[in-house]
Design a protein around this ligand. Structure first.
Ligand code: DC
Length: 675
């Protein structure tokens, strides 16, 4: 997750590969509730991991469901449509700010306590107590459920009470408003099968008052009920009938689709930049039950080549530039924002209409989109319910605002493909962490499938003598920029370790170079793996460092590690530390730092490090060893340790890590200004 103030995306040129989407939130919580009410066991695959799903899982467990997790599978044993005697004791459930848990649980529990007895309070965070629920409570009261507001009329917390043996009154149609939120109708539809086995076993009818909004979400509800054995009949979106004697049946296995709105950013990326090979998107397919899958048709109209099947979509660039379109976007307001970003790459003016709802979302999305696209150089006209975009003639190096709106951030990231439309500028996104609302790993996912010219990927090098704190400084800088990191010393150390383990002599140049050229090395966060073995700790052993220092003087070994080091230069940027990062390996780096600190200071730091690991050592010996290594590193024939001509020197003897990082970031900021 990019928990940083801003993220700079270098100019991008290609995308290809495979992405997996996070699960859809709407589907996740509906599936959990249905599995929880069912008789039997449901294995739920690929559930979304978010606050809202955590809240639902916790509530279901309190109600007597058994949930087990194994990797990406949650196994839910349902309560079989009955409250256990334990749950019939007074019970209070905390539902955070999860609307997708509060509404359907209120409906289901109201019906359960009416029949099985109980006293259950549903509460949440203060914000939850400001979110209306009156329309749903009104509908539940028509059924004879005893629902009280413990706080303010019309809002949670709710208290649900009943005596064992009660019967819900389902003889007359239940009326619910549909023009405020479709979630109240969804909650009723999910819960009413609980009352369909009542005496007389009548079908239950729900009638919608007002024009139902967000119909695609009600379609998701109906499709999932079907998977759990409930065949709701409907007349348009006005009248829904739940057949008599309906029972939830666990489908044994159910897969949560990836989020179709999230798919739109990758479908767009493929349409723009999947030139050599397709971009494959897994988790959501052309058979999706989510309304936003209709984005595929719009992307095709703009030129994308899209194929797909159940659970997957593949996208390639078709027409180029993209084709400008005029489109009514009423049926997919969220995904339509992505079309506005695609319009930056079209052959003319794109006009998106019927998007008035953009104005009342996370932010005023019409105004926000118009402002930010203009910053990039586009010509934009916006009105009450439309936006019209013409691509930039001259792309500007812009810092873009994201308005705490995940979709703004994801849409605007697509502007980084500007080299494909005559640009060549990086894009700065302010506050990128807002993507966490629906897609915490969005940028990581994007960066794994994009490519560009190495020269466009910024590198900062940090060179310096042993124990100068290069590695620590490099990781602090990398973390604050959201960049990747290369600890090149680790490659020499890994070669040394591999040589020790394979009994290769320090003088056997050919064998050492062969080892270095084919290191089965993998970096995973702070861990380093060699041939499947965790060597993180072993790499730091003194004898490994000593051998690394010796073999790093061999030109053949250095040459063998060269390509591996270059391969770390990946989007969005790299901080590389070592001895020759600025002089040899990344001689074109945009910023080169040469760290210095006295041998006495470095020896003290190393001593502290060793003591903290419980290893005893002597200061004098450490210092002598450091000086010997300095001498070897500085006087070797190839790539000797010395500052690059254009390096900036940083003596960190009296600086904290934070202060050193601040200095480097300040230098970087001066060289890397945005409009
Ligand atoms: O930075 P370090 O102590 O982890 O490096 C281990 C050895 O590798 C060090 O003695 C010098 C060598 N090295 C090198 O020659 N060139 C680099 N770019 C990095 C390290």
């Amino acid at each position: 997750m990019y928990d940083i103030a801003h993220l700079d995306i270098p100019p991008l040129r290609r995308c290809a590969g495979t992405v997996r989407l996070p699960g859809s939130k709407s589907i996740s919580n509906r599936v959990l509730l249905l599995a929880g009410l069912s008789d039997g066991v449901t294995a739920v695959h690929d559930l979304l991991e978010s606050d809202d799903t955590q809240v639902m899982l916790a509530a279901l467990e309190r109600l007597g469901c058994r949930v087990q997790r194994d990797g990406n599978v949650h196994t839910v044993r349902g309560i079989g449509g009955r409250l256990s005697t334990a749950a019939a004791q007074p019970l209070s459930l905390f539902l955070g700010n999860a609307g997708t848990a509060m509404r359907p649980l209120a409906a289901a529990l109201a019906l359960l306590v009416t029949r099985d007895g109980g006293d259950i309070t549903l509460a949440g965070v203060p914000r939850m107590h400001e979110r209306p629920i009156g329309d749903l409570v009104d509908a539940l009261r028509q059924l004879g459920a005893q629902v009280e507001y413990s706080g303010h009329e019309g809002f949670p917390p709710l208290r649900l009470r009943g005596r064992r043996g009660g019967v819900a009154d389902t003889a007359r149609p239940i009326r619910v408003r549909g023009d405020v939120s479709s979630q109240f109708l969804t909650a009723l539809l999910l819960a009413l099968p609980l009352a369909s086995g009542s005496d007389g076993a009548q079908p239950i009818v729900v009638e919608v008052e007002g024009e139902l909004i967000s119909k695609p979400y009600v379609e998701i509800t109906l499709a999932l009920l079907q998977r759990f054995g409930i065949a709701v009949e409907r007349e348009g979106f006005r009248r829904f009938t739940i057949p008599a004697d309906s029972h939830y049946r666990a489908p044994a296995r159910i897969h949560v689709e990836g989020d179709a709105s999230s798919a739109s950013y990758f479908i767009a990326a493929g349409a723009i930049a999947a030139v050599d090979a397709p971009l494959r998107i897994e988790g959501v397919g052309l058979d999706s039950i989510q309304g936003d899958i209709r984005f595929v048709a719009a992307a095709r109209a703009m030129g994308a080549q899209v194929t797909g099947g159940p659970g997957w979509v593949e996208v390639r660039r078709g027409a180029w530039p993209l084709k400008a379109v005029t489109l009514d976007c009423n049926h997919m307001p969220d995904a339509a924002m992505t079309l506005a970003a695609m319009a930056l790459f079209a052959d003319g003016r794109t006009r998106l209409t019927h998007i008035g709802s953009w104005r009342v979302k996370e932010t005023d999305r019409i105004a926000a989109m118009a402002t930010e696209l203009r910053r990039l150089g586009a010509t934009v006209v916006d009105g009450a319910d439309f936006i019209q975009v013409e691509p930039p003639r001259h792309w500007r190096r812009a810092a873009l605002h994201t308005y705490d709106d995940h979709r703004m951030a994801m849409c605007l990231s697509l502007a980084a493909f500007n080299p494909l439309a005559g640009g060549g500028v990086p894009v700065r996104l302010l506050d990128p962490r807002c993507v966490a609302k629906t897609f915490p790993e969005y940028f990581e996912t994007l960066f794994d499938v994009v490519a560009t010219e190495p020269r466009d990927i910024p590198v900062i090098t940090v060179d310096g003598p042993t124990a100068s704190g290069k590695g620590t400084l490099a990781s602090a800088v990398a973390a604050r920029l959201g960049w990747r990191q290369l600890d090149s010393g680790a490659l020499y150390r890994a070669t040394a370790l591999a040589a020790m383990r394979a009994d290769v002599a320090a003088t056997d140049t050919t064998a050492l170079a062969r080892l270095a050229g084919a290191l089965p090395l993998r970096f995973d966060g702070d861990l380093v793996w060699l041939d499947g073995i965790d060597i993180t700790a072993a790499l730091r052993h003194e004898e490994v460092g000593a051998l690394a220092s010796r073999i790093s003087a061999l030109p053949e070994v250095r040459q063998a590690l060269h390509a591996l080091q270059l391969s770390f230069r990946r989007v969005p940027g790299l901080v590389a530390d070592g001895r020759d990062m600025g002089t040899v390996v990344f001689a074109d780096a945009a910023l080169k730092v040469f760290l210095t600190a006295s041998a006495a200071m470095r020896a003290e730091r190393r001593l502290k490090q060793l003591i903290s690991k419980g290893i005893s050592a002597k200061l004098d010996a450490l210092r002598a060893d450091l000086e010997a290594r300095d001498a070897r590193d500085m006087h070797r024939a190839v790539a000797p340790l010395k500052p690059a001509q254009d390096a900036l020197q940083l003596d960190n003897s009296s600086l904290t890590i934070e202060q050193s990082a601040d200095r480097v970031l300040q230098w970087w900021g001066e060289r890397n200004a945005f409009d």
